[in-house]
Design a protein around this ligand. Sequence first.
Ligand SMILES: [Fe+2]
Length: 568
Amino acid sequence: MIILGINSAYHESSAALIVDGKLACFIEEERINRFKHGKPAQIDNPHVLPEGAIEGCLAFAGLKVSDIDCFAYSFSQSGRLQNIGVDEHLTPGMWGTREGEMVFHQNLQRVPDELAKIVGSYRHDRLVWIDHHLAHAASAFYCSPFADALVMVIDGIGEFDSISVYRGRENSLEKVFSLPYPHSLGFLWEKFCTYLGFSEHDACKLMGLSSYGNPEVLADRFRQVAWLDSETLFKVDNNVTRFRSADMSGLEALFGPARHRDQAISVEHRNLAAALQQFTEKVLLQLCQKMQALGPFDHLCLAGGTALNCVANAMMQQHGGFKEIYIQPAANDAGSAIGAALQVWCGVLGNQRQFVMNHALWGPEYSDAQIEEAIAQTMFAAEKVADPAAIAAALINEGKIVGWFQGRMETGPRALGNRSLLADPRRKDMRDILNRKIKHREDFRPFAPSVLAEAAEDWFEIPQRSLAGGFMLYAYPARPGKAEQIPAVVHVDKTSRIQTVDRAVNPRYHKLISEFARLSQVPMVLNTSFNDSEPIVMTPADAISTFARTGIDALFLGNYLIKRSENA
Ligand SMILES: [Fe+2]
């Protein structure tokens, strides 16, 4: 049976193909249309489907649209109408207003017809609408190795709830807790992102910034924005936050003028980011404790954008009371396409689970012939090499920045060794070099390492093992005496957001790091996503284009090597 999962209601549009209960292919539309997050979350575009991703999944699997038995959409048809009339501070005609929500609702109703434009005519009862948080929960639990687990979904908003907790057992998910809008961790992060001069999608930047601040300095004032509540979990004063308005006056009254994006980052800004991170961790810890009272539970699955907060994830590993935490790499809205399809397979149709996501390589890949063709379209000269991993390791050891494009594209927002830029973690100046030559990121943001799985515990304090250790979703402290050896990949708080690399999961990447370890005695490389302020590259042509525009020293495309020095 073939099920196509689709996410397009808000942003991170994506498609997932499930064949007989197993994920066959997953693609985010942003990788194809080259627009970050695929599209903005707007009332007038939920029906804009990820057409390129749908076609890409089918092409990769060698299937036709007529082969699809069922379509699963990661949003319910009418759930959002509850949002009408709950806010005082609104933008006329937009989210939360009757007019705006009706526009969104009507556009959502266009999804079946828009789908028919892509796949041809189909019986509309073959399209199943799955509640957004249920799709998130399914994306975590049905990809996890657990038969029984607590499943927490934490994002900005689903249809109306901002947090939902489920109990997952075999092939069922039962909701045990929910918290409605406006008490939303995801929206707090979005609002503070824009208040601090970033885009609403820049929670990762704020998390990085939080390590430079003192959370206690603004804790009292922060409590006027949001506070823990023993009965409901936590509350937000939306008269201050005004989530559905661009109005910052509530926050400005407490914390001063909003930062313009060109303005320098002050101590106050850092302290505010730290207060937000600390509050988030307190909420999540209280949620763990509250939910453990219903159990106890050995296993926790996490989904929703907040599950990408690697500092909070590590805190929950340490203090949440679970033996293991699983998070699939596309924990944000993109992964809800996978969850919607798996919910149809397991929950709606009652089939047994067939799948565990133990690696992230579910995107398309390209043959030697396709790579050769892409190179032939350019002026670059390439050579076919016998051992790309060994050559790349030697170049990294010499201080070069290597573009590493191999096999199937990663799932989720982190590059995990198949669409990566790699560099030497021992060089203190590597962060500046990468930012100057390629990445153009803020200098306060850390870079992360890919570490041989068998050596990870020698270098980092890892509180518990997780199947999700390979997805770069936990930040761990470096062991004493180690941080100084790898300054390019240790953050100011002496932690690193590590990816463990198993030989069985990615043998070629494992070999590269092993070769680098042989040369340097350091079993890790700096790994950052293969892009420059754009979506991560997907095709060989994308990779060559980024190579041409930036200061990458050498580009490996499968077995082909293009060197900068020979193509100056
Ligand atoms: Fe979501």
